[in-house]
Design a protein around this ligand. Structure first.
Ligand SMILES: [Zn+2]
Length: 300
């Protein structure tokens, strides 16, 4: 039953629902980089939020005693390196949650970049993305905030970048009094990782979880991998309380992961309940809505 009218992925005037109320819980700080909204989270972490573009990407700067980690480098419209250097004097290592373009746009500017070792990631790092393949992110209705004057929408692309550390499952990045453990969680993309901080009791989820429709319909997604990765994250429940996702909202209670896992199992088994369908770029997608989240898959 294809749905007429509203797009199941990009709602009309999505930005009229901003700001999202959940951000009010945190102190917002002024910086010289107004494309980003910067919030102070507990335990020495800055959330770097890009509400001006539909994806509402969130990157994070985690401060240790000797070094800092920039978890993802955003979509490339603002100058995230300039911002990160305004926030800390410590040496910065980029940790990439996965190599989709909205998380790696400024990796090329950094000297130290850690990425999960997978052919998909090696290919993305080597090739980057040309203007043609990314320009859709700037289409009418996708951006509502003025773009920074330093950004050129006519030539914007994702440059290739050097990876200085290829991560394996379980690798640890030690920032001094802050140890970030990285675990392979394919499903959203084959090279996705989550990052566990047992002291702060945080889990960075990248795009395997965020408070918006979870995409499981593109070519790089896999529902069986997704389910195994959720099982892995649920098994780590004793070690964290809060999720720090790559889009929309942050500092989310971990319990929702168990509900997403249950829903994904039901969808795989043909018992996902009610859904809506829509043709999108040659693919029939199917959207399941649940309380507090939605999952979008390819129709069988
Ligand atoms: Zn993303």
């Amino acid at each position: 039953m294809p749905t007429e009218g509203e797009d199941l992925i990009v709602p009309k005037k999505w930005y009229e629902n901003l700001p999202r109320k959940s951000w009010e819980r945190f102190e917002k700080i002024e910086t010289g980089h107004t494309w980003f909204e910067v919030y102070i989270l507990p335990h020495g972490v800055y959330a770097i939020y890009e509400p001006g573009q539909f994806q509402e990407v969130i990157s994070y700067l985690a401060i240790g005693e000797e070094a800092a980690a920039l978890i993802d480098t955003g979509y490339g419209m603002g100058d995230i390196k300039g911002l990160a250097e305004e926030l800390t004097d410590l040496p910065i290592t980029v940790i990439t949650t996965h190599t989709h373009v909205d998380h790696i746009a400024q990796n090329h500017q950094f000297e130290r970049v850690a990425v999960y070792d997978h052919p998909f990631a090696r290919d993305n790092a080597e090739r980057g993305r040309d203007h043609e393949s990314v320009k859709g992110a700037l289409d009418e209705g996708m951006v509502w905030k003025p773009l920074p004057p330093t950004f050129n929408p006519e030539t914007w692309n994702i440059p290739p970048f050097n990876v200085t550390r290829w991560l394996k499952d379980g690798d640890i990045i030690d920032l001094g009094k802050r140890r970030l453990e990285t675990y392979h969680i394919p499903g959203h993309s084959p090279d996705s990782i989550c990052i566990l901080d047992r002291t702060a009791r945080y889990l960075w989820t990248g795009d395997i979880f965020y408070n918006a429709p979870i995409y499981l319909y593109s070519d790089t997604t896999d529902i069986n991998d997704f389910i195994s990765s959720y099982e892995k994250m649920v098994n780590l429940f004793p070690h964290y309380d809060r999720l720090l996702p790559g889009h929309n909202e942050t500092h989310v209670g971990k319990e929702i992961l168990a509900r997403v896992l249950n829903a994904a199992r039901n969808i795989r088994d043909g018992k996902g309940g009610e859904y809506r369908e829509q043709h999108r770029q040659g693919t029939m997608i199917r959207r399941y809505d649940y309380e507090g989240f939605a999952i979008i898959v390819k129709a069988p």
